[in-house]
Design a binder for this molecule. Structure first.
Ligand code: ADP
Ligand code: GN1
Ligand code: MG
Length: 367
């Protein structure tokens, strides 16, 4: 018997008759499906099995998602936007809940499907990158009035680089899978990094940077671009929306959408920070949120690019050493390739740090 078709899909309150489903998207964390329905104006929905290994308290996570989507759709509707397209909305179950827990304890949720729009793993055009910048900048601005302290921390210390480093050295020391020998180049590179790993946690502790509602997973394929207008329509993947620093979101976006290559490109000669894509994202982002950012928040953006890229290199490498328990892999050395890729990108970013600072200043002056 098909568990999803017979036990999960019927629990949701869909318009129309669900007839089939298929796996969808390139996310690294959850299992995502399309549910096809008939006899209704809507043709599809998104169905997700939430990763129970990654998220410890999914009930609280879902409360965050419900609160944030309700707040965002109110803002979007109030400014004349289309809330069914510009925002995720949870589809309730037949008994009015926002998720369903199956007999194995797995959590399922369903969203409106953002139709006639696409997401890319790698940018095809600078215009799409600028649009992604606008989408994440707008996201930050729209949530400016939402009280961050009311949100649950779905993954504690998610962007704590010092803790990521400790997890990495523990994985190297344990070397449970005897893989350290195959990653010696990447391990030494990661150990050579000498920047201050507590830079952001210290600024946050001293209240020199404000704690905001941030997305925390601002990769390029978490934004949908409209097929017809080529404008960004909707920000996806709200599992890590929690209290954080604006710098994290900017840094994570740059490492994702301003890279010259895909995140797992194994030919490292193809991997560098693309100046044009950096410029496009930064312009789009700051055009939407510069007004709410403090001088300090703007000043630290290049440091965030470096530290978040380093952090992800550590996370991929740690996961490789631990036996690929966290990120979904599609080939045996996937996490090692991803780590090598991020380390190559990091080297180029380090070389371009001063250039990034002056490009940001120039863009701010032109706004
Ligand atoms: P993960 O946490 O695994 O990355 P996401 O929520 O980002 O999961 O979803 C994975 C992919 O599924 C996205 O990159 C996107 O391609 C697609 N997707 C997710 N939600 C929607 C939606 N509401 N409408 C259309 N596509 C979606
Ligand atoms: C994961 O879920 P997805 O694929 O959008 C990860 C991010 C990483 C990213 C790297 C909750 O993002 O932190 O930057 O992979 N999300 C989580 O591809 O860990
Ligand atoms: Mg995603």
């Amino acid at each position: 018997m098909d568990h999803i078709l017979n036990n999960v899909i019927p629990k949701f309150h869909y318009l129309g008759v669900p007839v089939s489903y298929q796996a969808y998207g390139n996310g690294n964390i959850n299992l995502t499906y399309i549910v096809n329905v008939q006899n209704a104006p809507v043709k599809r929905y998104i169905l997700q099995k939430i990763n129970g290994e990654v998220f410890a308290d999914i009930t609280s996570l879902m409360k965050n998602v419900e609160n944030v989507t309700t707040f965002l759709s109110g803002k979007i509707a109030a400014s004349g936007g289309n809330k069914d397209r510009e925002c995720l909305s949870l589809i309730p179950t037949s008994d009015g809940k926002m998720y369903y827990v199956d007999e194995y304890g797995a959590f399922w949720r369903s969203y409106n499907f953002i139709d006639r729009a696409f997401c890319f793993d790698k940018a095809e055009k600078p215009d799409h990158v600028r649009e992604s910048g606008k989408a994440f900048g707008r996201f930050l601005r729209l949530l400016d009035e939402y009280p961050a302290e009311n949100l649950f921390e779905t993954i504690p210390d998610f962007h704590n680089v010092q803790k990521r480093f400790a997890a990495f050295t523990a994985a190297v020391d344990a070397d449970h899978k005897n893989r350290a020998v195959t990653a010696s180049k990447e391990i030494s590179h990661a150990l050579r990094f000498k920047d201050d790993l507590n830079y952001f946690t210290d600024l946050r502790a001293k209240s020199l940077l404000p704690v905001r509602v941030t997305h925390n997973d601002t990769k390029f394929n978490n934004v949908m671009i409209d097929m017809d207008t080529e404008r960004a329509v909707c920000v996806l993947d709200l599992d890590t929306v929690m209290p954080g620093l604006s710098a994290y979101d900017y840094g994570d976006s740059i490492r994702s959408c301003a890279s010259s290559a895909e995140e797992d490109e194994a030919d490292l000669s193809k991997v560098y920070l693309d100046d044009r894509l950096f410029d496009a994202f930064t312009r789009g982002y700051l055009s939407e949120c510069a007004l709410i950012l403090s001088k300090k928040e703007i000043e630290v953006l290049p440091t965030a690019v470096i530290l978040i890229t380093y952090e992800l290199a550590l996370r991929f490498l740690t996961d490789y050493l631990n036996g690929d328990e966290y990120f979904r892999i599609r080939k045996p050395t996937h996490n090692l390739d991803r780590a090598a890729n991020q380390l190559k990108l990091l080297s180029d970013m380090e070389y371009k740090t001063l250039w990034m600072s002056s490009a940001i200043r120039r863009i701010i002056n032109q706004l």
